[in-house]
Design a protein around this ligand. Structure first.
Ligand code: 5AD
Ligand code: SF4
Length: 443
């Protein structure tokens, strides 16, 4: 690869899930050979990519307001600016984006990122611009797809995309398409390359990651990656209760590198609502599943997603959700007000819930989750946990790392410990993080 300084600037803004974070990194990788270097300033960018999220209405609307601001920046920039919209809004509303915001030059769905260089070239041509002379053939980018520049010691790795579950509230099966798994060999090669560049932790990504259908399933993949020298921590997200098989549960008890943290969304605790959501599990079957997982790995941190105010949700249904939360005891959770997404079955269901009711339920649910999260964090005080130091902290001499349970941990430690996994004695816990001291100092 050329060592010359990048001549063009790329600004990427990422919305939504970790899959988008991964995709944004890969887009930057694919564009680097074309001479694009990253900038944090949209006003300085020759190319702006908005990697969008379509999951809730708010996320989608943010994209349009950002595009309005970019249009003004583009007008002020003598050298011009190429504006690309990527991600799930691009997939779902491509034509509408072009119609609502003519400043957009190109729209590219999640399945087409490898075509980005070509699409950009076409957009430039359409404006009468000349192509960069160093334009490389597409095969080169195919080959480049294993070439990653990880930015730290923890990296995302997409192993599965798409969803066949068709939860009635969700746009993902329409925007990301059907379930598709990368071959084991490709994933292993990427993981080895990451480890060789100093990555110690990978988080395997998929909309339904535990539906991974490559050889050996997700459990087989985890066991295989756990053998890679230097890769000490493996995580995966997001999982569906339906695909949590025995082999994966067993792996949680047996594979040391598999971290004791599981994001396993349940969405609601009322069987009537779960059925209307097409979730294919009941509150009881979810609770039994959690029991089996905890039997394999007693200290596992459970996290989840919840939706309040799904059509037809009555007070008693909502109470059932709170009850389920009390029974599980979550280490953390994401919770959302139901957002009506055009084209999904739930959007047309009767019994849409008033906004004020959703607000009130969300507040109550979040208060309960907060309490559980605090309790989970507080329970670590006094323990010694292995912490992977990832970055420097806000205060001088401080490093920030991750506990096995995905908690942020603040410690006074020398910079040379960055990238290392070090025993830390936890001495205090807040809502979103822990603090501790190096175990060697307490000895
Ligand atoms: N409204 C609110 N929340 C939603 N989610 C998905 N679709 C919707 C919607 N229409 C939530 C679910 C999912 C998470 C990624 O986003 O809880 O697990
Ligand atoms: Fe959406 Fe349900 Fe698929 Fe998750 S499992 S992506 S919530 S349809």
């Amino acid at each position: 690869m050329s060592e010359t300084a990048p001549q063009k600037r790329l600004y990427i803004k990422t919305y939504g899930c970790q899959m988008n974070v991964y995709d944004s990194e890969r887009m930057a990788d694919v564009l680097a050979p074309l001479g694009y270097g990253m900038t944090d300033e949209p006003a300085e960018a020759d190319l702006v990519v908005l990697n969008t999220c379509h999951i809730r209405e708010k996320a989608t609307e943010k994209v349009y307001s950002e595009l309005g601001q970019l249009k003004r920046l583009k007008q002020d920039r003598p050298g011009g600016m190429t504006i690309a919209v990527a991600g799930c809004v691009a997939q779902a509303e491509g034509e509408e984006i072009m119609r609502r915001q003519p400043a957009v030059d190109l729209v590219v769905g999640p399945q087409a990122y490898h075509q980005l260089p070509e699409l950009i070239a076409r957009a430039h041509r359409a404006r009468g611009e000349r192509l960069a002379a160093d334009f490389a053939p597409e095969e080169k980018f195919d080959a480049l797809s294993t070439e990653r520049r990880p930015s730290g010691v923890s990296a995302f790795l997409t192993v599965q995309e798409g969803c066949d579950k068709f939860c009635t509230f969700c746009v993902v099966p329409y925007t990301r398409g059907g379930e598709w798994s990368r071959p084991v060999e490709a994933i292993e090669a990427e993981a080895r390359a990451l480890a060789a560049k100093g990555v110690r932790e990978v988080t395997l990504l998929g909309q339904n990651v535990n539906a991974y259908a490559g050889e050996g399933g997700l459990a087989g993949l985890v066991r295989r990656l756990a053998r890679i020298e230097g890769l000490d921590r493996i995580r995966y997200t997001t999982s569906h209760p339906r695909d949590m098989d025995e082999a994966l549960i067993a792996a949680h008890g047996e594979v040391e590198a598999l971290m004791p943290y599981l994001h396993l969304p349940v969405q609601a605790g009322s069987d009537k609502i779960l059925k209307a959501m097409n979730r294919a599990h009941t509150a009881e079957s979810y609770l039994r599943l959690i029991e089996r997982i905890r039997a394999a790995r007693p200290d596992i941190a459970i996290s989840g997603d919840f939706i309040v105010g799904f059509p037809g949700e009555r007070d008693s249904d909502f109470e059932a959700t709170l009850q389920l939360i009390r029974e599980v005891g979550y280490a953390s959770a994401f919770s959302f007000k139901y957002s009506r997404r055009p084209g999904t079955p739930a959007a047309a269901m009767p019994g849409q819930v008033a906004e004020a009711v959703k607000d009130e339920r969300l507040q109550r649910l979040q208060a309960l989750i907060d309490e559980q999260q605090q309790a989970f964090n507080a329970a670590q005080a006094g323990r010694t946990l292995p912490v992977l130091f990832e970055k420097t902290g806000r205060h001088a001499g401080q490093l920030v790392g991750k506990s096995p349970y995905l908690q942020a941990v603040h410690v006074t430690a020398p910079d040379r410990m960055l990238g290392q996994i070090v025993p830390v004695k936890i001495d205090s816990a807040a809502r979103n993080s822990l603090a501790g001291v190096l175990e060697l100092e307490t000895a």
